[in-house]
Write a protein that binds this ligand. Structure first.
Ligand SMILES: [Zn+2]
Ligand SMILES: [Zn+2]
Length: 139
């Protein structure tokens, strides 16, 4: 398969899903329909696509990088239990407030503020429900 076709395949499959997969997860799913695709190809293309700004690469400390086909501005909540990543969309006033804070804190150490990534660590609602002790509702 041609290089450009593989890149397109990876981009399209990432855009179709909302689960913010790791490179390995994406590779595993692509391999089902495209047996000749290699893990190195998936890694290389994901790096290229994120450098080109066509996808987002998400870093969470201690976790494998996750990839997002949705490049519209949004934030994420990562569940500490199931590791699922949920899209969240702060209101523009909230985004502004966060930017103001980031701006001020950057200035405090004489740095230039280039952008703010706002991510939340939490326990998602299905994990909360699964373990009643975390305050999930009893149905
Ligand atoms: Zn969860
Ligand atoms: Zn996202």
């Amino acid at each position: 398969m041609k290089y450009s076709r593989q890149k397109e395949l990876i981009l399209n499959s990432l855009k179709e899903r909302r689960d913010h997969p790791t490179a390995d997860m994406l590779y595993f799913d692509l391999k089902a329909g495209t047996p000749d695709i290699g893990i190195a190809t998936v890694y290389r293309n994901l790096s290229k696509l994120s450098e080109e700004g066509k996808i987002l690469r998400l870093h969470f400390a201690g976790e494998a990088d996750r990839f997002d086909g949705n490049t519209a501005p949004h934030s994420h909540l990562v569940c500490s239990v199931c590791k699922n990543i949920y899209d969240i969309f702060p209101m523009s006033a909230e985004t502004e407030a966060l930017n103001d804070i980031a701006n001020r804190l950057s200035q405090e150490i004489g740095a230039e503020h280039l952008g703010t990534e706002f991510n939340i660590r939490g326990v998602c609602c299905s994990c909360k429900r699964a373990s009643g002790s975390l305050g999930g509702e009893v149905l």
